[in-house]
Ligand binder design. Structure first.
Ligand code: ADP
Length: 603
């Protein structure tokens, strides 16, 4: 190896140094050791297997489930190393040419899908011309304990058995149980475990009760107008409805779900990646590998079915390391709907139990007023640095949450205790309890004489819906649970004992807290005059990305454009000093960028 790793990194990618976890993973790969690499989104997983392709003894084979995005990954890698993708959507003649180039040593980085790898012709070629490293991207897909199990990943271990190369399994999210399962399923041999903290402190995490979805989302997007964001929905029809509302309010926005025509999906994805579209309202079909780095917010219009899925989806924000918002809107309806489908779709009791457990982890995160980063870290078997809370990166630590006054919380608890009675066949649901507390005179209240109940009207200042959400919080804390009686939803007492003197912690809709951290502060603060050059560079990037049919970040990241706008390089060697400008990129873009910067200086 003639170049040091850092020299190769500067030459190929224009970065000033490897991150510690990247170095460990790369060194293991080059030394022939298997590894399991768990780096959060934005942690820089691709360099871990791309750099060995540049400096190692042979090629790297990358197995990835993301056929649709392989081309983008190849385009991005080509700045540094000869790369190609091999999968079923590439014409046969082209596939043959790629394999010949690989065999001739002209391709150092070869992406393929598990299905394509399973074809005997390719395996035979690989056995005859073995790669020096095999990277398995999105490795959690191999585990049925994970949230994104793909059966076609299961055959990988047998296939890889015939190749002598060390294996590098990479993923962003794996609980300790999933990590062990990946090692076992892929038959990694005494692997080095490179595990970075899951906490990403540039993400500001918030969880809010969903009250009035349309206006709530409209307000969140309006206060981030012009920023790039993703809004995740559970239902396809919701994506259309919310996108239409936002378009009507003048936002650059489109819907995306698996049932839309292929051409429309492709156009939405391309426009988003080329920075021609700000907001996509999508189901999870807009999924893994959406690697636009400057996503400034991810809003969940409903709760996903596991915390792993939430971390993965919300984690698409802020890959560039600058501040970004992750906002979860949740309600008891999400819990009930998901539970309904778990029961309906899974005949096996064991599977139902495991899915329900995962769901409750999600619900606890959504409703429990303790540091959100700490909750996530603990879920993944880690603790936050210093063992405490994040201090300033979630709504709880920022002090944005307001809890219910003690005497009011006690009124709710007492109403539950007095109205939920196991021995009494007249069972009541949360709606009934809320109606008593607000002082409703509805027929159902009068029928049971509950207008005479001592707590009738005690919480008259609240909306019935808000009280129902507060009762949902009691459910997530184990005090009550939703059951059914004669087909009607009823509340029952849970395992944690309700105490009519000890108030539970109930979170009210967040105040517009003064301490809100803004996500608009760029990583490199720009002066006003540099801002206009940054805008010019952004529109140049948009044009060139469209013309070349590649994502904007393949041309240059926001961070690079900001660095250009403030440093204003005037020569090729100065351009090479800019973050993200490796030798190939300097050669490819200098003739366009330098005159553009020069022209701005003349104004
Ligand atoms: P992941 O796949 O883990 O989500 P990526 O490989 O897409 O992460 O990298 C995330 C971002 O960090 C990209 O913009 C990438 O170019 C950048 N990056 C990766 N490694 C480094 C490094 N050593 N120095 C600076 N930037 C880096």
């Amino acid at each position: 190896m003639s170049r040091t790793l850092d020299e190769a990194l500067a030459w190929g990618w224009g970065y000033s140094g490897l991150r510690p976890h990247q170095r460990q993973a790369i060194e293991a790969g080059l030394a022939g050791q298997d590894s399991l690499v768990i780096l959060p989104t934005g942690g820089g997983k691709s360099i871990c297997y791309q750099l060995p392709a540049l400096v190692g003894k042979g090629a790297t084979l990358v197995v990835s489930p993301l056929i649709a995005l392989m081309e983008d990954q190849v385009q991005a890698a080509r700045q540094a190393v000869s790369a190609a993708a091999l999968h079923s959507e590439i014409p046969l003649a082209e596939q043959r040419r790629i394999v010949e180039d690989y065999k001739a040593g002209k391709i150092r980085l070869l992406y393929t899908s598990p299905e394509r790898l399973a074809r005997s012709d390719l395996m035979q070629d690989l056995i005859e011309h073995p790669p020096a490293l095999v990277a398995i991207d999105e490795a959690h897909c191999i585990s049925s304990w994970g949230h994104d199990f793909r059966p076609e990943y299961r055959q990988l271990a047998d296939l890889l058995q015939t190749l002598p190369a060390p294996r590098m399994a990479l993923t962003a999210t794996a609980t300790p149980k999933v990590a062990d399962d990946i090692v076992a399923q892929l038959r990694l041999r005494d692997p080095l475990r490179v595990i970075a903290p899951v906490q990403r402190s540039n993400l500001i995490l918030r969880s809010l009760p969903r009250q009035n979805r349309g206006p709530q989302i409209a307000a969140l997007v309006e206060s981030r107008r012009g920023q790039c964001g993703i809004i995740y929905c559970r239902k396809r029809s919701d994506t259309l409805e919310i996108a239409a509302d936002l378009v009507a309010q003048g936002h650059s926005c489109a819907a995306f779900h698996a049932g839309l025509p292929a051409a429309q999906k492709k156009e939405t994805l391309t426009a988003f990646l080329q920075d021609r579209l700000d907001v996509v309202v999508a189901t999870v079909a807009f999924g893994m590998g959406i690697d636009r780095p400057d996503v400034r917010f991810v809003v969940h219009a409903a709760m996903p079915s596991s915390l792993e899925a939430y971390v993965q989806e919300a984690g698409r924000a802020g890959r560039d390391g600058a501040l970004a918002d992750c906002i979860l809107l949740h309600s008891g309806d999400d819990l009930r709907t998901t539970k309904f489908f778990i029961d309906k779709e899974n005949p096996s009791q064991e599977r139902r139990d495991s899915l329900e457990k995962a769901l409750w982890n999600m619900v606890d995160y959504a409703r429990h007023p303790s540091c959100r980063h700490r909750q996530i870290s603990e879920h993944f078997g880690q603790s936050l640095e210093g063992g405490g809370n994040c201090q300033k990166s979630c709504d709880v630590c920022l002090g944005e949450l307001k809890t219910m006054p003690e005497e009011e919380a006690i009124a709710i608890t007492s109403a539950c205790l007095e109205l939920i009675n196991d021995l009494d066949p007249r069972r009541f649901g949360r709606g009934h309890i809320a109606a008593v507390l607000v002082g409703s005179k509805a027929a159902k209240i009068l029928k049971w004489n509950h207008d005479k109940h001592r707590l009738h009207g005690t919480l008259g200042g609240y909306a019935e819906k808000s009280l129902m959400q507060l009762i949902d919080q009691l459910e997530s804390q184990g005090y009550v649970f939703s059951g059914r009686s004669n087909g009607f939803p009823v509340l029952e007492l849970g395992q944690t004992q309700l105490d009519s003197k000890q108030p539970p912690l109930l979170v009210l809709t967040p105040s517009k807290a003064s301490k809100q951290r803004s996500t608009s502060s760029p990583q490199v603060a720009l002066e006003q005059k540099d801002h206009s050059l940054f805008d010019v560079l952004k529109s140049w990037r948009r044009e060139i990305a469209s013309a070349r049919g590649v994502p904007a970040y393949v041309i240059a990241s926001d961070r690079s454009l900001k660095a250009l706008a403030s440093a204003r390089p005037t020569s090729r060697s100065e351009l090479h000093q800019i973050h993200g400008f490796g030798a190939v990129k300097v050669e490819a873009l200098a003739d366009e960028i330098l005159p553009l910067i020069q022209a701005q200086a003349e104004f």
